[in-house]
Design a protein around this ligand. Structure first.
Ligand code: AR6
Length: 188
């Protein structure tokens, strides 16, 4: 299962490179320092060019480091998206340090920003499941449940939320999580 209709919003799973996605906003799995890194963060800064880093520096100077679970928006520079929403997921420490709540917060804060900017299409990577080590099956469950809950509580101008998953293993994990979510949808 790769698509789930949630009220007016379609939740979609796809495999690919998020820097090539022409959504209103793509979400970056950043770190609190906001100055780039590896993984999807590195790919976004490389493909989007220096305008993104410049805005990140301005945000850092005015707000300080971005705590895990929060999000900020910048230009998308040369990317086909209009905005990049930078959020910070939790570093996996075994699952007893509040990691699920922080991960849920990263998705919620990103959608709040998208809502504030009246965006209709948003694309997420699999936050925290690369360098930050969050087990992908568990992260997929948190990600999809959080987005589904958010959309059911606050109908959005958002019409499409896409998870752009880089590898097949991650896509498989999200596909299973979506099937479980659809089966339990009435319990949301
Ligand atoms: N498009 C979509 N997904 C991608 C792409 C891409 N172009 N490139 C990688 N992924 P990670 P994290 C996937 O490590 O775990 C950075 O250095 C990747 O395969 O990017 O939240 C930051 O600066 C994985 O499934 O993010 C932070 O320091 C997923 O994106 C730290 O890593 C997330 O992997 C954040 O770690």
């Amino acid at each position: 299962m790769k698509e789930l209709q949630l009220g007016p919003t379609m939740l979609v799973l796809t495999q690919g490179d998020i820097t090539r996605v022409a959504a209103d906003a793509i979400v970056n799995a950043a770190n609190s320092g906001l100055l780039g890194g590896g993984g999807v963060d590195g790919a976004i800064h490389r493909a989007g060019g220096p305008a993104i880093l410049q805005e990140c520096r301005t945000i850092l100077a005015s707000q300080g480091r971005l705590p895990p679970g929060r999000a900020v928006a910048t230009t998308a520079g040369r990317l086909p998206a209009r905005f990049v929403i930078h959020t910070v997921g939790p570093i996996w420490q075994g699952g007893t340090r509040g990691e699920p709540d922080v991960l849920a917060g990263a998705y919620r804060s990103s959608l709040e920003l998208a809502r504030g900017l009246a965006l209709t299409t948003v694309a997420f990577p699999s936050i925290s499941t690369g360098a930050y080590g969050y087990p992908v099956d568990q992260a997929a469950r948190v990600a999809l449940r959080t987005v589904a809950r958010f959309l059911s509580e606050r109908p959005l101008p958002v019409q499409r939320v896409t998870f752009v998953l880089h590898d097949e293993h991650t896509l498989d994990a999200y596909t299973r999580a979506m099937e479980n979510l659809a089966a339990a949808h009435e319990d949301l």
